[in-house]
Design a protein around this ligand. Structure first.
Ligand SMILES: Cc1ncc(COP(=O)(O)O)c(C=O)c1O
Length: 356
């Protein structure tokens, strides 16, 4: 491990987005839903309001999109995303309307200081391949920031080998702990950048240099920053212990096998998997198209009321299009796959279906 792992309490993993040095260069964010919206909130902070063309009003952010259910290839990120018809855009931009083609150019055009990407895209169920991406970013002088909230522990990720600069996750998914803490790790490159920054972070709470000191990562005498939520950390520690006892590789294999069993069962029910390419399916969250004639809300409500099983509808651009089934951490078991398939069969038989 090339770095000291820093654990700290984040009020939400999204808080991390707003802590980048405003800098002179654009940040690029690649995610179908949540982060552009969060980045859009930056407009309330005058430091971050830059007069550059951007897909997010007021923030210095360029967004790349792919059709829902697809992942980014390296060339999409380096040069330009696939040339799509306007109607195929993953979603309308936060400012309304579809994003114009000129926003689809990648690292070559925008020369961002940070590239952000989600490893496990939880709104669509896509597992984004990361091979070669760190190298590519470094060739273009930018850092790679990866969101592994929905994937860490459930799918392989190798921070050092894949040259990831900032990697964070959340306690509440595969790590089996209550929500509230967000493990985050920085590469040497990222650490240097943090230490060299000229402007103070707008947030005291996520001032990384201060937090690094608080956690004893900088070799200096430790200074008070906040009162640590130690109950959260003890529960996270217990969740991690469970993962270590199981073995990381075994956990990856288990998520993969249970996801494959679930996908087969969903096909047997006549449902259509949303992510077409098998290797691009996130092993922790499986998405299916909302079956024709059904209202997705009827299905999710039925499962909850009759089977005490919670599955989700889509999120952001995938709302109304997909059902999302999360099986992660200790919930990823063959028995739970059978239960959810049985419950879905029941829902398809008993929920209202329009024949029109
Ligand atoms: C991929 C991904 N990133 C970020 C988040 C946000 O996490 P939090 O709710 O802890 O801010 C989620 C939440 O589900 C997620 O799935």
């Amino acid at each position: 491990m090339s770095l000291c792992l820093q654990w700290f309490m984040a009020f939400s993993t999204g808080q991390i987005c707003g802590r980048l040095d405003p800098g002179r260069r654009p940040h690029s964010w690649f995610m179908h839903d949540q982060f552009p919206h969060r980045a859009a909130r930056w407009e309330v902070c005058p430091n971050l309001t830059l007069p550059l063309p951007t897909s997010v009003p007021g923030a210095n952010v360029h967004e790349l999109l792919k059709p829902l259910g697809e992942y980014f290839a390296l060339w999409d990120i380096e040069e330009v995303s696939a040339s799509l018809d306007a109607g195929q855009w993953a979603r309308a931009g936060p400012g309304g309307g579809h994003l114009p083609l000129c926003f689809m150019q990648g690292l070559v055009q925008h020369k961002p200081s940070v590239l952000f990407i989600a490893h496990g895209e939880s709104s669509t169920g896509v597992l984004q391949p990361l091979e070669g991406l760190g190298k590519l970013c470094h060739r273009h002088g930018c850092l790679l920031l990866v969101d592994a909230v929905a994937s860490l522990g459930g799918a392989p990720i190798f921070m050092d080998q894949q040259e990831i600069d900032v990697l964070y996750s959340g306690s509440q998914k595969v790590l089996n702990a209550p929500p509230g803490s967000a493990p985050i790790s920085f590469s040497e490159r990222a650490r240097e950048k943090i230490l060299r920054r000229k402007t103070k972070p707008p947030s005291f709470y996520l001032d990384m240099a201060w937090l690094a000191n608080y956690w004893g990562c900088d070799g200096e005498p430790r200074r008070y920053h906040h009162t640590a939520p130690i109950n959260s950390f003890f529960s996270l520690r217990e969740g991690l212990t469970m993962l270590v006892e199981l073995g990381l590789e075994t956990s990856w294999e288990r998520h993969q096998a249970n996801c494959a069993q679930l996908c087969q069962g969903l096909r047997d029910l006549g449902l259509e998997l949303f992510v077409k390419e098998e290797k691009a399916r996130l092993p922790t969250i499986t998405t299916v198209r909302v079956p024709e004639g059904y209202d997705w809300r009827d299905i999710t409500a039925f499962l909850m009321e009759n089977h005490s099983i919670e599955i989700a509808g889509g999120l952001g651009p995938s709302v109304g299009k997909v059902l999302r089934i999360g099986l992660m951490g200790c919930n990823s078991t063959s028995g739970n796959v059978d239960s959810v398939l049985r419950a879905l069969r029941d829902a398809l038989a008993r929920c209202h279906r329009s024949r029109l």
